[in-house]
Design a protein around this ligand. Sequence first.
Ligand code: ATP
Ligand code: MG
Length: 258
Amino acid sequence: MGKIIAVHSYKGGTGKTLLSVNLAATFVKLGKKVCLFDLDFRAPSLSILLKMENLEYWLNDYLNGTCEIDKVLVDLSDKIHNGGKLFVGFANPTTEAIREMSAKDRKWEMRALGRLLSLRTSLLNGKGFDYLIFDTSPGLQYSSINAIVGADIVLVATTFDRSDVDGTRRMLQELYDLFEKKTEIVLNKVLHDVSSKSGKEIMQTKIGDLYHTPPLGIIPCFCDILRGEGNIIFPQEKPEHPFTKILEEIANKIDKLP
Ligand SMILES: Nc1ncnc2c1ncn2[C@@H]1O[C@H](COP(=O)(O)OP(=O)(O)OP(=O)(O)O)[C@@H](O)[C@H]1O
Ligand SMILES: [Mg+2]
């Protein structure tokens, strides 16, 4: 049975999109059948990062109930060689669509949750996907709550920024636990040296003390990531990069989760 992962955070810019894309690519390299969803309707990114414009159907249409999911999904398996399968569901990045999505009411969001929940039947059970990955908006937006409710695992991307730490801790206690979600922390943009075994252990203890749970992954700040301007699919383009190795560790740990 496949799993649904929501990548979420308290603050913006913690690396959710970077993590979602590269984790999806890592699973594909491991031979998995993966579907990546841009559920950040506030600031859609995947269509720009993966250069998809003028699509006929978007996730917006699926959630609106105006088309089925197979009309939305784009097969990008060719982008990743020697692997499994990668499909992507894009959010509409036009200003008009962003404004429209931000004006949805509670009733619409409830129906959208139903559509999101039915992906488990249609994609995991029906089409044999191993992983659905939801890239979300930061904070407590309705669409992010829906993504969390619909997921099996919440991957929380956080940094050492003090307000981020504080907000993340509050969400751990008051949000994810409320929905009884399996929550895993990924500490991103870490400036301390974690390349040595002892450096990594010190960091793991520090993060464990902060969040009362050991981190699933620790990702240093890499200039190569910034240099790529969001374009790099690391597992594909830089197979030997330390970021790629960390992603492989994270993917293997997720694969082993019950
Ligand atoms: N480990 C890292 N090292 C260097 N730069 C990073 C790292 N992680 C993320 N970044 C950079 O930080 C910026 C924000 O990353 P990203 O867009 O993935 O965050 P996000 O959480 O999706 O943001 P938003 O909340 O706006 O959706 C990007 O420019 C990205 O390249
Ligand atoms: Mg993002």
